[in-house]
Unconditional design. Structure first.
Lengths: 382, 145
């Protein structure tokens, strides 16, 4: 049985055009971009081109693009490279763990952090950010689009405030790469993180845009690659693949967004017909490919394993799959930590290039059976 | 990779599922559960419920007792696959068992019967034996009255 993959926010496959662009940099042009001979130069040219392509998409200078090993690494670089003892950071309570755990680490080192609470739809307001600014606020870091519920924060307006108040603004745009405007001039950001493995590129590559005015310190030490911010021999095929993936993604964006929004809205409409079901996050201010719902009285891991048996791959915010026994902090942020059961019963469905309306129709039929089957043996669903 | 190789890879994955085959069987084909409809007419001698939906696991057990022996055991569970499977397997273990023996069942006994559980999942199955003990206590309490 062929599996229908509806977990594109976890990661995407590498599209064939991307794989093709990478192949020759493994064993043909394998040189170290730092070497002065021609085999090294070929590799250097390849990453220069990739940097140029990426800079065009972001509307920035190529020198402002730092290639890294992942989104997580870029986020760590942006936060730890800026905040020092005595500084204040503003973020939200629904950020990815890459942000939250870095902030928690820095709190132990004398950095002050404000975690802005989102509203029931998962959104924060620019006013909330402005109110939280203190004398020592050095950095604002807020995700462009949430990785669990896909809601889109008002980045451009927050950027206006940060510019006015001369505070650095970083956005984690890992989930936005395929779907939203990446023009940093429109977004008013000083730093932005992107990740290759969410945009049909290879895993193990990320990127941090750093505006040339930002004074950032390295958090890794070694050679002078990537302007000394990311020492270590460059992942040449990965960087080439990442840039190719971004470029194709941007070209297809407009048309693909309309197609996916259509399937997303169909899924939301049909899933909400199942009794005692809730949509998590704002219905419209969300990524075209994200649906996140909670079913009363059933637990997420049971749902995903029964869906997997029927050939559908999705994910859950339940504690059982978190390895920490704590359910999704994002869903808890929406309804309060006294409503943990909503997080336990949450399911994230994230669509991709190969997802069709027909897949969505079949999925709805199957999940109806799965939920009612589990509710039948649930002592808490009445 | 050619198609055959991909197929083999998927087959391999199926064989290394997150849980054992016994867990898988009890999860996909749970034994002795009681639907809400059936629960209305089920004449239990003792009922026990443990857990909370905030924690992610709730288990309820119904037992029927004759001559100090459990002659029937039914259940409902809210929880993950191992929680469902551990209640299911427990129900198969206790039918026909003397009450005094049933009281002695430990989480380790349940885990063993399931062919093992991933370390992180062990807390889930701890609840089944507690629900059973509560059901037995409920029965014994009624008997005293």
């Amino acid at each position: 049985m062929e599996s229908i993959y509806l977990d594109h926010s976890a990661t995407t496959y590498v599209r064939p055009e991307v794989l093709k662009s990478m192949i020759s940099y493994f064993s043909e042009y394998y040189g170290n971009p730092g070497s002065m001979h021609r085999i090294g130069l070929t590799a250097k040219q390849a990453i220069d081109t990739a940097r140029k392509i990426t800079a065009e998409i972001l509307n920035c200078d190529p020198e402002e693009i730092i290639f890294t090993g992942s989104g997580t690494e870029s986020i760590n670089m942006a936060i730890q490279g800026i905040a020092e003892r005595g500084d204040h950071i503003i973020t939200t309570n629904t950020e990815h763990h890459a942000v939250l755990h870095t902030c928690q680490f820095l709190e132990k080192r004398g950095v002050e952090v404000t975690y802005l609470p989102v509203n029931q739809k998962g959104l924060i307001t620019p006013e909330q950010v402005e109110k939280a600014i203190k004398k020592n606020t050095k950095l604002i870091t807020i995700a462009y689009a949430n990785n669990e519920i896909g809601v889109i924060q008002p980045i451009s307006q927050i950027g206006n405030i940060s510019k006015k108040r001369k505070i650095y603004f970083h956005t984690d745009a890992c989930q936005a790469g395929l779907y939203l405007d990446l023009n940093i001039k429109n977004l008013n950001v000083d730093m932005m993180t992107l990740n290759s493995s969410k945009v049909y590129g290879p895993k193990g590559v990320g990127m941090l845009f750093v505006d040339r005015s930002v004074k950032i310190r390295p958090i890794l030490f070694g050679g002078s690659q990537e302007q000394g911010l990311r020492p270590g021999t460059e992942n040449v095929p990965g960087i080439v693949g990442f840039a190719t993936a971004l470029k194709i993604g941007q070209k297809e964006k407009q048309k693909e967004n309309i197609r996916l929004e259509n399937i997303r809205d169909y899924l939301i409409q049909e899933l909400l017909k199942i009794s005692d079901t809730k949509l998590n996050g704002d219905p419209k201010k969300r990524l075209p490919n994200n649906v996140n719902v909670s079913f009363d009285g059933v637990e997420g891991e049971s749902i995903i394993l029964r869906l997997d048996e029927k050939g559908f791959c999705v994910s859950t915010g339940s504690a059982c799959t978190s390895r920490s026994l704590e359910p999704s902090h994002v869903i808890q942020a929406l309804y309060g930590s006294d409503k943990k059961e909503i997080a336990h019963g949450s399911i994230r469905i994230t669509l991709g290039k190969k997802t069709t309306m027909n897949n969505a129709r079949n999925f709805v039929e199957v999940i109806k059976d799965v939920v009612s089957g589990l509710r039948e043996i649930s002592p808490v669903y009445k | 990779m050619n198609k055959q190789k991909i197929k083999n890879k998927i087959k391999e994955t199926n064989n290394s599922w997150f849980y054992t085959d016994i867990v898988k069987d009890h999860f996909f084909n749970p034994k002795n559960f009681l639907t809400d409809k059936e629960a209305k007419n089920y004449k239990a001698d003792g009922v026990g419920i443990v857990g909370s939906s905030a924690c992610g696991d709730v288990m309820k057990m119904w037992i029927r007792v004759k001559n100090n022996k459990i002659i029937d055991c039914k259940w409902q569970t809210f929880g993950c696959a191992s929680a469902l499977a551990s209640t299911s397997v427990l129900s198969t273990m206790v039918i026909g068992m003397k009450l005094e023996d049933a009281k002695k069942i430990t989480p380790q006994d349940i885990i063993k019967k399931l062919g093992g559980l991933p370390q992180i999942k062990i807390h889930c199955s701890v609840l089944g034996d507690q629900a059973l003990r509560k059901a037995i206590e409920d029965y014994e309490g009624k008997k005293v009255k």
